[in-house]
Design a protein around this ligand. Structure first.
Ligand SMILES: Cc1cc2nc3c(=O)[nH]c(=O)nc-3n(C[C@H](O)[C@H](O)[C@H](O)COP(=O)(O)O)c2cc1C
Length: 368
């Protein structure tokens, strides 16, 4: 009996299997960071009856973007576009969470309002790229946020979460991973602050926890989730004690009774396997000791390794990124042990329907 294919309750929702669509930035939004019919088609293709999907990183504040073509919910004009997506998912019997994000220092002034300088916890020079009208370009050195601005961002996330209700989502995941703003506050390679947002674990986790509580005030705790990447180094990230830091974060999130905690295995740096690191899943194993609620594991899984981590009890669901890009019917393929389409990396970020909505299902591929 496959655990991967067994039902589970996520928050208030009965989910029919545990193959989750990972949040995947694809940069196909229309002018104004507004989702259009193409995005709705893409999500509908990846919806199975009773399946669980997480939407791509969605900009929560006007100065929160790092990628031209990424969608937003930082103003009301973006709600109707998202409603196309959530309606399409619901029509096929799926559930979809909104992923809210802020790129922080991982940005370039060309994707900032009025060409302003990107913001982050501290002024720390770093590598990393943004996507602008000029293509992939180096990030613009950022300035440090003031305390008043940080408090303002908490309100931006609360407002975006409210728009998520209007847009028809089923819940919200806060993107605390992959070197974006929350991760920049959490890890001490990027956070050099000496105020209440820097120094101790408690201070570095404050922004993430404040935003989590603000989003809970809108949605209720069982429809809110957090994603973190323990030991993630994507975006030039580093921490002097990642095990201690992420254990602390899990311990603080545990009593909030979230829908789930979403963990990225450190063997994946952003979307590339990091061959210098241990290839076994370790993040969920560590965090499970401190977190008894639902855990979604992500990063480098296939059907067999997903089944194994569920059977070991270290995670409750598994999110798939690249395999789900290339296989719109991934849950069915894993259920039937059918071969998978290969993914085409050059079409991951931006472009048209090519490499986006034109991957065939198993039966389409067989018929061709
Ligand atoms: C094209 C692409 C876009 C991604 N965008 C996001 C994103 O918007 N939010 C996020 O949390 N992770 C994002 N990720 C990371 C994935 O959610 C996932 O953690 C990663 O791909 C590892 O899983 P995989 O080995 O199954 O692909 C992205 C990955 C890829 C390949």
């Amino acid at each position: 009996m496959s655990k991967l294919m067994s039902a589970i309750k996520v928050g208030p929702y009965e989910i029919s299997h545990r193959v989750v669509l990972a949040p995947l930035t694809r940069m196909r939004a229309e002018e104004g960071a507004i989702p259009g019919p193409l995005m709705a088609k893409y999500y509908a293709q990846r919806t199975s009856k009773g399946g669980f999907l997480i939407g791509e990183a969605t900009i929560a504040a006007e100065n929160g973007n790092g990628y031209l073509g990424a969608p937003g919910l930082f103003n009301d004009s973006q709600i109707a576009g998202w409603k196309l997506v959530t309606d399409a998912v619901h029509a096929k019997g799926g559930k979809i969470f909104l992923q809210l994000y802020h790129a922080g220092r991982q940005s370039n002034k060309d994707v900032q309002p009025a060409g302003s300088i990107p913001v982050g916890p501290s002024e720390v020079l770093h590598g990393g790229v943004a996507y602008t009208t000029e293509g992939w370009v180096a990030n613009t050195p950022n300035r440090a946020l003031t305390i008043a601005e940080i408090e303002g961002l908490v309100e931006s996330f609360r407002a975006a979460a409210k728009r998520g209700v209007a847009a028809g989502f089923d819940g919200v995941e806060i993107h605390g991973a992959n070197g974006y703003l929350f991760d920049q506050f959490l890890q001490d390679g990027s956070n050099k602050r000496t105020d209440i947002y820097g120094g101790s674990f408690e201070n570095r986790a404050r922004f993430l926890l404040d935003v989590t509580k603000a989003v809970i005030s809108v949605w209720g705790s069982d429809k809110v989730a957090v994603r973190v990447g323990p030991s993630g180094n994507w975006g030039d990230m580093s921490d002097s004690n990642p095990e201690g830091l992420f254990t602390y974060v899990a311990q603080q999130l545990a009593p909030l009774n979230l829908a789930y905690l979403h963990l990225i295995e450190p063997r994946i740096a952003g979307n590339i396997e990091d061959e210098t690191k241990d290839q076994a899943p370790v993040a969920s194993q560590l965090i499970r000791k401190h977190y008894k609620g639902l855990i979604i594991a992500a990063g480098g899984f296939n059907g067999d390794s997903a089944e194994a981590i569920l059977n070991a009890g270290d995670a409750d669901l598994v999110a798939f990124g690249r395999h789900f890009i290339a296989n719109p019917d991934l849950p069915e393929r894993l259920r039937n042990k059918q071969p998978l389409n290969d993914y085409d990396r050059p079409s991951f970020f931006g472009g048209t329907d090519v490499g986006y909505t034109d991957y065939p299902t198993y039966s389409e591929a067989k018929a061709a």
